[in-house]
Design a protein around this ligand. Structure first.
Ligand SMILES: Nc1ncnc2c1ncn2[C@@H]1O[C@H](COP(=O)(O)OP(=O)(O)O)[C@@H](O)[C@H]1O
Ligand SMILES: CC(=O)OP(=O)(O)O
Ligand SMILES: [Mg+2]
Length: 403
């Protein structure tokens, strides 16, 4: 089955084309820095085991512009992997927020699209891009079945004590205000890989997904029991442009004292805060360069970023009543050795000891970076949300055909 998977992040589009059941993608790609002055596309094609790479730098205003470029590359006369878009049988779309009603893989109908649109306010950095992505993909791949796979699904196993907020019950009953949790496709994939690596299906694992958006999950017996993002992907860790945990009184204070309204607050906390608010840059590579040049704000931001992760490791070790492994994943988690080093520093009490030399080595597969005497394994595992989505699409299609 020819499956094209689209993973729209807040700042990027990742994509992979699979001829399932083969899990080796025919082509993969990454469109980065959408909306910034220069976006970058890296498109890799696998031709009989040999890899061909195309790199482009251009301005891409939004996710729709990104999708149009991707379609050109897929059908390109020289390096294209299909001749005609109709060869794609299914398109799997990563959808960050499905709200109360959507969490399992779902064939995208007009009603599903409307629901994704209705809850734009719950994922303002993501659902608008997903919606745009679906609209354009439905035009480009008109013959394909389009399937939504939700970031919230893996967190459906949270116990009520973890997913409820301590506000009157009516807000939960009437508005569905609760913790949903996000990056579930990634947390599910890397925790599964870690359990396999440890050869321990009932392992106690903390997964740390650090991309532009950042979140952590506590996973026991393959099930998520707590996670750091909440009603929306704003809560928890410090992120590229999002503040993470904050005293809600900051919002009422700002409303009462500066006269700003809900939209302005949402914009402030989602798009102008986090590392961007602290340093003027949202990309960890740029912030590292600032820090290396002696910028004290960048140093403080790095300290705050790592400190917040440390606090969640402590909390989740308590929640799990023990810890077999912590897993770093996604753009920052896989690539930023300094972040891993700062997070793991002074964690001996919890049995976490980093091998500093091993931490500096970059690998493209599961990599153990703890010392031999560390009680807890420290793993770097490249996430593969696209493969997870592709597998879930195949499962859904098989069920549809069966029933
Ligand atoms: N070599 C690197 N060193 C440090 N950070 C990196 C590196 N490569 C990528 N990143 C970080 O990864 C982030 C993007 O991660 P990714 O998981 O692709 O994000 P998203 O899916 O949220 O768009 C960038 O904002 C950048 O800060
Ligand atoms: C949920 C979320 O924040 O996703 P991303 O990190 O891909 O922006
Ligand atoms: Mg992402």
């Amino acid at each position: 089955m020819n499956i094209f998977v689209v993973n729209s992040g807040s700042s990027s589009i990742k994509y992979q084309f699979f001829k399932m059941p083969s899990v080796q993608p025919v082509c993969t790609g990454l469109v980065e820095r959408i909306g910034q002055p220069t976006a970058a596309i890296i498109h890799k094609v696998n031709v009989n085991g040999a890899e061909q790479t195309v790199q482009l730098s251009l301005y891409l205003a939004d996710h729709e512009a990104g999708m149009l470029e991707i379609e050109k590359l897929l059908t390109d006369a020289a390096i294209g992997v299909i001749q005609n878009p109709d060869e794609i049988e299914a398109v799997g779309h990563r959808i960050v927020h499905g709200g109360e009603h959507l969490s399992q893989p779902t064939i995208i109908t007009d009603a599903v699209k409307e629901e994704i649109k209705r809850i734009f306010p719950l994922a303002p950095l993501h659902n608008p891009g997903h919606y745009q992505g679906i609209q354009i993909a439905q035009k480009l791949f008109a013959k394909a079945v389009h399937i939504a796979v939700f970031d919230t699904a893996f967190h459906q196993t949270l116990p009520e004590k973890a997913y409820r907020y301590a506000i009157p019950q009516s807000y939960y009953d009437d508005y569905g205000i609760r913790v949903y949790g996000f990056h579930g496709i990634s947390h599910q994939y890397v925790s599964g890989q870690a359990a396999q690596y440890l050869n321990k299906p009932d392992a106690k694992i903390i997964t740390i997904h650090l991309g532009n958006g950042c979140s952590m999950s506590a996973v026991k017996d393959g099930k998520c029991i707590d996670t750091s993002m909440g009603l929306t992907p704003l809560d928890g860790l410090i992120m590229g442009t999002r503040c993470g945990d904050i005293d809600p009184s900051v919002l009422t204070f700002l409303m009462q004292n500066t006269g700003c309204d809900g939209d302005q607050l949402s914009n402030l906390l989602n798009k102008q805060s986090g590392m961007l608010g602290l340093t003027g840059c949202s990309d960890m590579r740029d912030i590292k360069a600032l820090m290396d040049s002696g910028d004290t704000n960048a140093r403080l931001a790095y300290d705050m970023y790592a400190y917040r992760i440390k606090k969640y490791i402590g909390a989740y070790t308590a929640v799990l009543n023990g810890l077999d492994a912590i897993v770093f994943t996604a753009g920052v988690g896989e690539n930023a050795a300094l972040v891993r080093q700062m997070v793991c520093h002074d964690m001996d009490y919890l049995g976490i000891r980093l091998d500093e030399a091993e931490n500096e080595i970059r690998r493209s597969t599961t990599h153990e970076i703890n010392t031999a005497d560390s009680r807890v394994k420290i793993l770097v595992i490249p996430t593969n949300e696209e493969l997870e989505i592709s597998n879930q699409c195949v499962e859904l299609m098989q069920n549809v055909v069966c029933c």
